[in-house]
Ligand binder design. Sequence first.
Ligand code: DMJ
Length: 655
Amino acid sequence: MYPPPAPARRDFISVTLSPGRSYDGGQGLRRRSCWRKWKQLSRLQRTVVLFLLVVLMLFGLLSYVHVADEWTAVDSRSAAAWQVRPANPPVLPAPRKAAENPETVAGLSPQKPQRHLRRGPPNLQMRAPDGDAQERRQAQAQRRAEVVGEAGWGLEAQRDGLSWRGTGTKPPQGTEPPGKKAERPPRPSPKAVRMQASPASQNERQKAVVDAFLHAWAGYRKFAWGHDELKPLTRSFSEWFGLGLTLIDALDTMWILGLKKEFQEARKWVSRRLLFQKDVDVNLFESTIRILGGLLSAFHLSGDVLFLTKAEDFGNRLMPAFRTPSKIPYSDVNIGTGVAHPPRWTSDSTVAEVTSIQLEFRELSRLTGDKKFKEAAEEVTRRVHALRGKLDGLVPMFINTNSGSFTHLGVFTLGARADSYYEYLLKQWIQGGKKESQLLEDYLEAVDGIRKHLLAKSEPRKLTFVGELNHGRFSAKMDHLVCFLPGTLALGAHHGLPAEHMELAQALMDTCYQMYRQMETGLSPEIAHFNLHHTKAVKDVQVKVADRHNLLRPETVESLFYLYRLTGDRKYQDWGWEILHSFNTYTRVPSGGYSSISNVQDPRHPQPRDKMESFFLGETLKYLYLLFSDDPDLLSLDTYVFNTEAHPLPIWAPS
Ligand code: DMJ
């Protein structure tokens, strides 16, 4: 009646996959039961399970690809590259107690983590510097250093940390313009061997400058060692690039002032702590004139190739700034990633900034034999030369990095954003042995443009000053920055330019001095406005509340140095002496350092701003020291040309 029971169904998997195996550890049974369970699931349940499985597999696949990429990247970087970038990369030493000697404390001090200063939209990002190429370049530089060491130059410095050579211990070396790849190792400048000062050879005023320097240095050393700038009131520091800016800016000043111990200690910091592999944005112009210029100058004066090696490394890291549609460089570049960009608010660069890096880049090419530095910088000069929008040789203040054209047309000044354009026209011409006539022509035309459009006389003393032109309207406003001009004009006259340049230099020098003299503290404001009206008992120099600060700037004492050196008139030394006295009276901070002040018209409350700019050591005190020297061979103006941060570089074919 009942149908016979159906034969037991054999499990398909166990029969087909395990033929002839009597015992499989229970796996067959498990498979059988899994399969049964699977078959018992509804269609919907099976779909869900299958979907989850597919998702899991996709996830696994993606993870694999990512991990594989990571390993490929790790493989492609050299071991060395990883060694120089530890997880918590050290660059700057922590602040030290006053008693500690910055460079003799054993071991490395705790480091601050790197700041991330990468800025700019992603579409501006460019290729990071090639790690391998960088290593190759460093190795080449190191090899050159060894060759130079073997040749006798810098050998003592490498062995002992510093060589303070005596007069005439080496034959004078000539300089030569940059040509093809250097066939000989780089040589420091011809006068390096004579560049030493002993206290015995210093006059009283020079000793006062040395005293001021040591006071400033003591503050920096105690409270800001290895950092960018000293904050002397709060006894701390501020960072701009995080590259020991003050220390680098001050290296050649220490050499010139004969401060051997201080120089040696700073050199040690450069050797051990100055690393440029940092994720940090630097301003192309500021870092070129202060860091690149400072290192090149330290190399020339001391003959120590350490400084050239560092300069080349740094120069390479600045190069991405030139990769723009117009070849006019961006204002900022990240020296770690090679990402360059303009300021956040514009695609313009400042005219003075892009035209005041040439002395340094040209010299770097000459020393390294690598033409790329010179070519990039000179391309800018060529393009600016050909631009429309000038007024009788005067240039606007901005230039666009996309179009390569001037922007904000119709505004002309010799102050901020244009100043050193004029200075570098003349100085490049001098640096190159007075052969590059286009530079000279542009300079001469600009001086005529200044005469024609920007000069005026104040009341009541009839001081000649350089004003500004704003769409045809003259403004009697003159930045302290313009006070570089008397020195530059005098330098040109010394190199054979018209004598009337020297007359104008002297007239402007009087004016710059009066910008100090007519202030209650004896210190110039940042910006002066000249009185044009004939009324009794009014000062020529007037100051707006927003402009009455003094940042310890160098331009006036810089020009005093040129004027004294080139005329021999001692009144310029006396004026410089007065200015040094005022700095000491109103800006010297007892615990160490000097501070910029907010009010040059209030001797009772000059309001220190708690900042010592690096150029106070790099420029102001250096020029004062040179001003008080009666030795025309101390950095002869026929042998050296000073960059705009007062770092002397050799003239390629000295007269
Ligand atoms: C310096 O950095 C340089 O002299 C630059 O050319 C202008 N500004 C400061 C000093 O005032």
